[in-house]
Design a protein around this ligand. Structure first.
Ligand code: AMP
Ligand code: GLY
Length: 416
């Protein structure tokens, strides 16, 4: 099978890496990709947001499956353009991607499907905003209705800051604060059959101890030794299957990856958000643990035949990924710095460690930083403690001027 992956971050590097190791896959292509993806896939300089151009590329390559990584192309209808060209595509339609593209739409679907989530108000006027903030009290949770690349959500005790963010958004969802640990649970679906993946936890804040600003994600691990073993079954029954069924009932079936961002509160599981694609950096650890070859699962999801797939198989190993970010991420990340030590990450002290590239590119003979999140260094081990030890040994071998990373990814879960 020839596969074309759309996107250029560490999530897409993880996808391309897994596909390149799949015996069913004869060629992996990626557009636009990055310097690291270029080592496992053939790169094509095509704009990921341009549906016509992506469909043309897929046709030229005789791709048998297109996998769309990021949300922006999905919300722009790139998967529809590929399907119109007669090529199977893993990724929801523009209409179904509204589950991520509009928080108000997601709340409406959850209400109709009886999915547990925080109480919320959709507000458009200053009066509505003040009433909603007053009704919930601090801490305030204010979410831009539309896509905002991880910058749309403000959680704060400061009423003035909550109000200011809400007024700047236009349409805004104001929600009750949900306490408790967060879990990311992904499911692959063809619009009817739902296949859950293994849960992971993401670290959203920039600094150790969950301090600092929200980011796209600074690290992740899987499995979650502290989680209830029945969690996946429960979320399947109360969240994933009802949501997929509701989208089907509305005539806009959701086929692709449904990402449930969950809070495990004292009153039970609540959905914090849906995304319409694989999470980044959780995918890096989830795929590190997936034993089932990926391509046929994604193709069956794209073709409406996921019921043919047996349950997914997982390695016993634990996986940890640590994001190495640029100087000044997430504010105004500095780019163009050379990255050294990439070839030195794995040896007998840090086996099963590898580097997935996020924002990197070639500059002459060098590889330089080209984005806020630069690398996702990943390692597996017999447990989280061993995976942590290996991943941090690998991180220490990478030299990138001014770079930052969290030192506490999976620390608590490893019992340290
Ligand atoms: P989102 O973009 O919806 O994932 O929100 C980003 C982050 O904000 C989440 O991962 C949570 O850490 C936090 N957050 C979002 N909604 C809530 C909520 N209702 N209560 C507490 N924290 C939240
Ligand atoms: N890691 C969070 C996300 O992918 O949205």
């Amino acid at each position: 099978m020839k596969v074309l992956v759309i996107g250029g971050g560490a999530r897409e590097h993880a996808l391309c890496r897994s596909l390149s190791l799949d015996p069913d896959v004869t060629a992996v292509h990626c557009a636009p990709g990055n310097a690291g993806i270029g080592e496992v896939a053939q790169l094509h300089p095509v704009d990921a947001l341009d549906g016509a151009a992506v469909a043309r590329l897929a046709t030229e390559l005789a791709a048998e499956l297109v996998v769309v990584g990021p949300e922006a192309p999905l919300v722009a209808g790139v998967a529809d353009a590929v399907r119109s060209a007669g090529i199977p595509c893993f990724g929801p339609s523009r209409e179904a991607a509204e589950l991520e593209g509009s928080k108000a739409f997601a709340k409406d679907v959850m209400a109709a499907a009886g999915v547990p989530t925080g109480r919320s108000y959709v507000c458009t006027t200053p009066e509505e905003i003040d009433e909603a903030l007053d009704a919930f009290g601090a801490p305030y949770v204010v979410k831009d209705d539309g896509l905002a690349a991880g910058k749309g959500v403000v959680v704060t005790h400061d009423l003035a800051a909550a109000r200011e963010h809400a007024l700047a958004c236009g349409r805004v969802v104001i929600e009750e604060f949900l306490d408790g640990p967060e879990v990311s649970l992904f499911a692959i679906t063809d619009g009817e059959t739902v296949l859950p993946l293994t849960p992971a936890q993401d670290f959203k804040r920039a600094l150790d101890g969950d301090e600092g600003p929200n980011t796209g994600g600074m690290g992740a691990y899987s499995p979650l030794p502290w989680a209830d073993p029945k969690l996946v079954d429960e979320v399947m029954a109360t969240v994933l299957q009802p949501t997929v069924d509701e989208m089907h009932r509305r005539g806009t079936p959701f086929a692709g990856l449904l990402y449930a961002g969950l809070a495990i509160t004292s009153r039970g599981v609540r959905v914090i958000e849906f995304n319409a694609r694989f999470g980044d950096p959780e995918t890096q650890v989830v795929l590190a643990r997936l034993r089932t070859p990926l391509a046929s699962v994604l193709l069956n999801a794209a073709q409406g035949s996921l019921d043919l797939e047996p349950p997914l198989r997982w390695r016993e190993d634990a996986a940890v990924t640590v994001v190495v970010a640029s100087h000044n991420y997430p504010d105004t990340p500095r780019t163009g710095d050379p990255i050294e030590g990439l070839d030195e990450v794995a040896d007998k002290d840090a086996p099963h460690a590898y580097v997935l590239h996020a924002g990197t590119k070639h500059a002459g003979d060098a590889i330089v930083s080209a984005g806020g999140r630069v690398l996702s260094v990943t390692a597996t081990g017999k447990d989280l403690a061993q995976a942590r030890e290996r991943v941090y040994k690998a991180v220490a071998r990478i030299r990138l001027d001014g770079s930052q990373h969290r030192t506490d990814i999976a620390r608590k879960a490893a019992g340290e």
